[in-house]
Design a protein around this ligand. Structure first.
Ligand SMILES: Nc1ncnc2c1ncn2[C@@H]1O[C@H](COP(=O)(O)OP(=O)(O)O)[C@@H](O)[C@H]1O
Ligand SMILES: Cc1cn([C@H]2C[C@H](O)[C@@H](COP(=O)(O)O)O2)c(=O)[nH]c1=O
Ligand SMILES: [Zn+2]
Length: 194
């Protein structure tokens, strides 16, 4: 069960570090859930820093933006280690599109949590082939909490855990939206997978 940390009885920020991973397919609500947790931490007067890989400029240069248009200001970074330098004395670190980071993101998340920070990471657990994506499996292993969210299958309306690519491209990294990807359940994903 995911337990949302809050302020302690002396009304000082939560001091114990932890790692939370939010994973799922495209359109499953990972970014919305990340933004929800970060906004609640802000309401609790905790100091929050948000990062995303600079490669992700789909909706906005700097903001983290959901498919439903909710957004939060973030700092784009080129390398996972940049986050260590830029997170300073904050209480909570939020990171979106984590699948695009190199493996260093795992030790970065651990270092931040060991410093007493709450680290919330959101990312795709599987790529367009249904294979584990980048550092996500390792992050899920070292996290205290893993939340898997689900989209709606665009073929049958069931819960979707897969991201179906609509084009023939075989590149692992191919940015896109509804024009390029569709959320699918297992059955509908493998039925059409070439
Ligand atoms: N197939 C779908 N299933 C669920 N939500 C969808 C779907 N297609 C579009 N959406 C929209 O996407 C929003 C979630 O967006 P977002 O949090 O950015 O997801 P993610 O970060 O997981 O890609 C939903 O609230 C909904 O408005
Ligand atoms: C499946 C898959 C996705 N991508 C890209 C497509 C989008 O730009 C992001 C995922 O964004 P979301 O917030 O989770 O909707 O990743 C990719 O590059 N390769 C893939 O296999
Ligand atoms: Zn389906």
């Amino acid at each position: 069960m995911f337990i949302e940390p809050s302020v302690n009885r002396k009304n000082t920020p939560f001091q114990k570090g932890q790692i939370e991973v939010i994973c799922g397919s495209m359109f499953s609500g990972k970014t919305e859930e990340l933004i929800r947790r970060l906004n609640r931490a802000k309401i609790a007067r905790q100091k929050v820093e948000i990062f995303k890989p600079s490669v992700d400029k789909r909706y906005h240069e700097e903001d983290v933006v959901s498919h439903n248009d909710t957004s939060i200001r973030s700092t784009p970074v080129n390398f996972a280690e940049d986050i260590l330098l830029l997170s300073g004395n904050c209480d909570v670190v939020g990171i979106d599109e984590v699948q695009f980071f190199d493996e260093q993101i795992v030790s970065v998340a651990q270092k931040l949590a060991n410093q007493g920070k709450r680290v919330i990471l959101a990312g795709l657990d599987m790529d367009f082939e249904g294979k584990p994506f980048g550092p996500m499996p390792k992050l899920m292993a070292v996290a205290e909490y893993v939340t898997k969210v689900h989209a709606i299958c665009m073929k049958c309306g069931d819960l979707a855990a897969f991201s179906f690519r609509l084009s023939d491209s075989k590149q692992k990294v191919m940015l896109g939206e509804k024009d390029s990807y569709e959320a699918r359940c297992r059955k509908c994903f493998y039925e059409d997978k070439r």
